[in-house]
Design a protein around this ligand. Structure first.
Ligand code: NAP
Ligand code: ZN
Length: 349
């Protein structure tokens, strides 16, 4: 039997959120039903609600940083049980059979992973995300939240956490590595926490000095205010890894110059414009310009364990459902410290 749940719904591109009931599917044999407590606001939610990435599916319920408690499980579910604290990230299904799925990189599924919202399930039905009070998800895409991480602090780990953990790990960040993190927002602050916990020496690039004290408190050793056009000059060839998390167009060449020979500038930001790269900056110092797309489910589970071991959660501002529309403008202005998380019990519909 399908159920209904209160949710925050945007009816068209850029529309304000309206609280109303939406439907959740009948619990299947491998499904888990989750009572959501918190949902993070990722900048990707804003890009999609505002159709900055192209045509989107409406009505839309965003939310792919989901934390909640299991309320029911299907007959074949073995990995979680009623009462467990769990998270759901950006994906809710994939083919499970292709090379990428078998290797634990479901985000690169050949058939196309089913995204948590603004996607369509393999049955053709639109998916609706975590700005709601319950969700039904295949157990393959449910990740246990370890003891010691609060629910509000855990929710953003399901996207911002794994999106930064994954490239730092892939590019070998560890003790002695020098890492630059560009943009101190939801992703950026997680990048700083993870890189510092991996043993790296972290420099934060932020537009102004407003977040300088925070950058050091999060684990960085240095903060650079990029509003000063000369600020990057002394940092040429400094970093093994630069992680760009900025949500807007940016001069990549300026940051490429800060990468050591054979080092990497890995981009996770998804602005709408193009980046212009000077070939000489890549070739001359054998630098790598890379991208990274969230993380697979095994890596998400590993990241949650790593976070628990190192006492890492997101730094959050918990808000009511009524404040989400206004919060979007604050995120775009860079005015969030460092992730808005919705207390979904405040959604009244
Ligand atoms: P966010 O919280 O808004 O953080 C972005 C940060 O970028 C801001 O805090 C700000 O940092 C900086 N920034 C914003 N506008 C800027 C501008 N005009 N010029 C220079 N810097 C600017 O966003 P988020 O949730 O971390 O997401 C960041 C980006 O990553 C988004 O584009 C999002 O869609 C994308 N994303 C990608 C993946 C993936 O899998 N690759 C996953 C999730 C999100 P300062 O105030 O410190 O300058
Ligand atoms: Zn996200």
């Amino acid at each position: 039997m399908t159920t209904t749940t209160p949710a925050l719904v945007a009816d068209g591109p850029g529309a304000p959120f309206i609280a109303r009931q939406v439907e959740r599917r009948t619990l299947g044999a491998d499904d888990v039903s989750i009572a959501i407590s918190h949902a993070g606001i990722c900048h990707s939610d804003i890009h999609q609600v505002r159709e900055e990435w192209g045509t989107a599916i409406f009505p839309m319920v965003p939310g792919h940083e989901i934390a909640g408690v299991v309320t029911a499980v299907g007959d074949t579910v073995t990995q979680v049980k009623v009462g467990d604290r769990v998270g759901v990230g950006c994906m809710v299904d994939s083919c499970g059979e292709c090379e990428m799925c078998k290797d634990g990189f479901e985000q690169h599924c050949e058939r196309g992973a089913v995204m948590t919202y603004n996607g369509r399930g393999y049955d053709g039905e639109p998916t609706l995300g975590g700005y709601s009070q319950s969700v039904v998800v295949s157990e393959r895409f449910v990740c246990p939240i370890p003891e010691g991480i609060g629910m509000a602090e855990a929710a953003p780990l399901l996207c911002a956490g794994v999106t930064t953990y994954s490239p730092l790990k892939r590019w070998g960040v560890g003790p002695g590595t020098k890492v630059g993190v560009v943009g101190l927002g939801g992703l950026g602050h997680m990048g700083v926490k993870f890189a510092a916990a991996m043993g790296a020496e972290v420099t934060v690039f932020s537009r102004t000095s407003a977040k300088a004290t925070d950058a050091l408190a999060l684990g960085a050793v240095e903060h650079v205010a990029t509003s000063d056009p000369q600020a990057l000059r002394p940092l040429r060839n400094r970093f093994d890894v630069v992680l760009n998390t900025v949500s807007a167009d940016l001069d990549m060449n300026a940051y490429l110059r800060t990468v050591k020979p054979r080092g990497v500038l890995v981009n996770v930001g998804l602005p709408t414009g193009d980046y212009a790269l000077k070939p000489g900056l890549l070739v001359g110092n054998s630098r790598v310009f890379a991208g990274s797309n969230i993380g697979g489910i095994p890596e998400t589970r590993e990241m949650l364990e790593f976070a628990a071991r190192h006492g890492i959660g997101a730094t959050v501002e918990v808000i009511d459902a009524a404040d989400v529309t206004a919060a979007y403008d604050k995120v775009v202005a860079g005015d969030v410290r460092y992730r808005y998380v919705i207390d979904v019990s405040t959604i009244r519909a």
